[in-house]
Design a binder for this molecule. Structure first.
Ligand SMILES: Nc1ncnc2c1ncn2[C@@H]1O[C@H](COP(=O)(O)OP(=O)(O)OP(=O)(O)O)[C@@H](O)[C@H]1O
Length: 244
């Protein structure tokens, strides 16, 4: 997956807001990337555009050989359902459906017959075999996020985008969810792109990219939590000085 010259300007009542100001980045198959940066730096906007949930003002997004901006709404919806998985901070499971029905929902929506062997592997991977008939409300936060990850994996997507997947979880549960994401990258060759504010969460990734004011300002291979925290603190200081 790659983005080129990605620009997104939001028209608002006053001055237009430039959330992304020309971002170039490539995310190789089978890698785990964390996207970090101060609040308002454009992380969610980047994720939404890369996942085809939002159309950029300029620039392009490629998933393999497909350029998203060239697709009609119908084709874009098909691509999102089949080739992209999404995991949100708030789990976004359907309360009226069982765990199994939630996991199979993307396949049902695209009218695709589930690959039973793959689904069984996914369920085993997320460790929810005993819970398939439960409703999400009967599960802990960490278990619910594991269901959301299984749902994202159900279609065997080319890339999974995660927006603060551990933001609502305690440290131990967060580590379990991150270990799961790490496992799907290492063992299934999945590509994961994750927005996070947490340097410890980011340290599970192969690479950390940092945005500031809609631009990519750091691109670090396996920096470790301390170095990430130092970079973020330095950015915070720079912004504080700039705001004075
Ligand atoms: N729908 C919108 N309309 C207008 N401005 C928006 C909209 N969505 C985002 N923005 C603005 O675009 C900029 C980038 O927002 P974005 O949500 O991508 O940042 P972020 O890095 O994900 O922030 P956070 O860490 O707080 O979630 C911000 O200035 C934000 O106010």
């Amino acid at each position: 997956m790659r983005v080129q010259g990605l620009t997104r300007t939001y028209a608002s009542d006053g001055e237009p807001v430039r959330a992304l100001a020309g971002v170039d980045a490539a995310f190789l198959r089978g890698t785990f990337t964390a996207i970090m940066g101060p609040s308002g730096s454009g992380k969610s906007t980047l994720l939404q555009a890369a996942a085809g949930l939002d159309r950029p003002t300029a620039g392009s997004v490629w998933i393999g050989d497909t350029e998203l901006s060239r697709l009609s709404e119908t084709r874009l919806t098909e691509l999102r359902r089949g080739r992209i998985g999404f995991v949100f901070q708030a789990f976004n499971l359907i309360g009226a459906l069982t765990v199994e029905e939630n996991i199979l929902l993307p396949l049902r929506l695209s009218g695709v017959r589930p690959d039973r062997a793959w689904i069984a592997r996914v369920v085993e991977r997320v460790g929810l075999g005993e819970r398939l008939r439960h409703r999400p409300s009967a599960l802990s936060g960490g278990q619910q996020q594991r269901v959301a990850i299984a749902r994202a994996l159900a279609t065997r997507p080319e890339v999974i985008f995660c927006d603060e997947p551990t933001g609502a979880l305690d440290t131990t549960t967060a580590a379990e969810v991150l270990a799961l994401l790490r496992g799907v990258v290492d063992e299934h060759g999945q590509t994961v792109v994750m927005v996070t504010h947490d340097p410890v969460a980011a340290s599970w990734a192969d690479r950390v990219i940092v945005l500031a004011d809609g631009r990519l300002v750091h691109d670090m291979p396996q920096p470790g939590a301390e170095r990430i925290a130092e970079h973020l603190a330095a950015l915070g200081r720079k912004r504080a000085v700039g705001a004075r």
